[in-house]
Design a protein around this ligand. Structure first.
Ligand code: BG6
Length: 489
């Protein structure tokens, strides 16, 4: 008996540009397995999932989808879906087991990514490579707290980035530095639900840690962009950027100026935090400076110059987006370690309405209108083309379904259809340049906190046999991209 903000639309299969790229996305720790194969070093996720397995629903990525040993099969699979591109991440501790700038390179690890890249190119699939999707080498964390030490982390990340550009950059031309700095900062160093699990209960200073972590990521990103632009881009002709995630926020009370401002502030605390310094080359959003005071680090003159110099090198805005929430401005003063701009996130508005139907994740509701609004918000603020680097959902009840039920994933087909329609509207009705779309995910995988209990794949994975079976959504995406791109003519 739920009431929704607006009734779900029917999928219209609206047109997309003829050169619109589509593909799928994954991340190393979520699919590779081979946790200690061929001299791979440990990452903070190996530690996090083993130390207290309750934090990952009892699961870990030791085997995951065993992609490390099935890479050829997986490339065949995506080729059969007709993808143009594939976004994956490199496990830092697989190529530099101890992570540091003076540590030895693991040639077996390099070989694995060389093989993956070559297989992709042999099938005409363009690799989009993320350097960091949450799996910092454990050694760097043990030595200096990883992100908590800006100068040490930056120097080690520069070495790692340079290694990847020099070993793979002759064939990889699309680079992403970090995946979702918000999640690394807040979920890793405030709520502590993700690695390394820092929160107030474990004795960490949640007033300052997330902002220090965010600062390290912004500066390390800009440093890697500078290295790419000056040392590699002139001969490799590739592009580089960062991937930011974010919900769209509707005001809790649509008629109240206060809650409208709250929704805007929430977007700035979530997205502007990273996007303003990185894409505009400016300081953190003014609202953040005003509200966080000395909790928010200052950019040094050198850091500011680096940001200004690199801002326009970022090729596009990499957007991970899943859902929309309501933002309610809080009447009371903020809590001591507030990281929201004193705004509460809610699933319902003041009239008890939800944004749309719920998926297999309680936080993820189907809200394509919110997606379209977010595309507009980002375009209006940053004036950069946008690539959707992740979007998708698990179906309700999917984790308890038989194979036959799970592969008939009509709910996911509907979600993709509506979100692609929203992109079409953003492009043709609003003038927002969206250039590509990666579905999350190529296959069911290790979903961090949820372990194997949440399935986002367009391919079903049987975790006993590791057998892959395409779901209906994979076939839908193949067909709809072909049709939508023809309609454009
Ligand atoms: C994104 C991540 O935040 O969302 C992915 O980049 C992740 O790695 C996906 O799998 C789904 O998130 P969750 O929290 O539902 O597992």
């Amino acid at each position: 008996n739920e009431e929704w903000l607006s009734e779900p639309r029917e999928v219209e299969d609206l047109p997309l540009p003829h050169d619109f790229l589509w593909g799928t996305a994954t991340a190393a720790y979520q699919i590779e397995g081979g946790a200690s194969q061929d001299n791979k070093g440990k990452s903070i996720w190996d530690t996090f999932s083993h130390l207290e397995p309750s934090r990952t629903n009892g699961a870990n990525g030791d085997v995951a989808c065993d992609h490390y040993n099935r890479v050829a099969e997986d490339v065949d699979l995506m080729a059969s879906y007709g993808v143009d591109t594939y976004r994956f991440s490199i496990s830092w501790s697989r190529v530099i087991p101890f992570g540091g700038r003076d540590d030895t390179v693991n040639e077996d690890g390099v070989l694995f990514y060389n093989k993956l890249v070559d297989l992709l190119l042999s099938r005409k699939i363009i690799p989009i490579v993320t350097l960091y999707h949450w799996d910092a080498p454990q050694e760097l964390y043990d030595r200096y707290g990883a992100f908590l030490n800006t100068s040490e982390f930056r120097a080690d990340f520069e070495r790692f980035a340079r290694l990847c550009f020099s070993r793979f950059g002759d064939r990889v031309t699309k680079w992403v530095t970090f995946n979702e700095p918000y999640i690394i900062s807040i979920f890793g160093h405030h709520s502590g639900v993700l690695a390394p699990g820092h929160n107030a209960a474990s004795g960490h200073d949640t007033r300052t840690e997330p902002w220090r972590v965010g600062h390290t990521i912004i500066v390390s990103h800009a440093a890697a962009v500078h290295i790419y632009a000056t040392e590699f881009q002139p001969t490799q002709n590739g592009s580089i950027t960062i991937v930011l995630n974010g919900h769209f926020y509707e005001p809790w009370d649509a008629n109240s100026i206060e809650h409208q401002a709250g929704a805007q502030r929430r977007l700035e605390f979530y997205i502007g935090w990273f996007a303003d310094p990185i894409f505009l080359g400016t300081d953190y959003p003014a609202e953040m400076r005003a509200r966080l005071g000395s909790r928010l680090p200052e950019f040094s003159p050198d850091e500011m110059a680096l940001l200004r110099n690199t801002a326009s090198t970022n090729a596009y805005y990499g957007m991970n987006h899943y859902s929309t929430k309501f933002a309610r401005a809080l009447p009371d003063p903020p809590v001591e370690d507030d990281c929201t701009g004193n705004v509460e996130e809610l699933a319902t508005n003041n009239k008890g309405k939800m944004v749309g139907p719920v998926s297999g994740m309680a936080w993820l509701r189907v809200a394509p209108d919110g997606f379209r609004k977010l595309l507009n918000w980002v375009w209006n603020r940053y004036h950069l083309p946008i690539v959707i680097t992740e979007n998708g959902c698990p179906c309700p009840g999917e984790s308890n379904m038989s194979l036959e039920q799970a592969i008939n994933d009509d709910f996911r087909v509907g979600y993709f259809g509506l979100y692609l329609d929203a992109i079409s509207r953003a492009i043709y009705e609003d003038g927002v340049p969206v250039h590509g779309y990666c579905a999350w995910s190529l296959m069911d995988n290790f979903e961090w906190s949820a372990g194997y209990s949440a399935r986002y794949g367009i391919t079903h994975v049987d975790y006993d046999t590791l057998l892959r079976t395409p779901k209906k959504s994979a076939l839908y995406l193949k067909r709809t991209f072909n049709e939508r791109r023809k309609k454009h003519e």
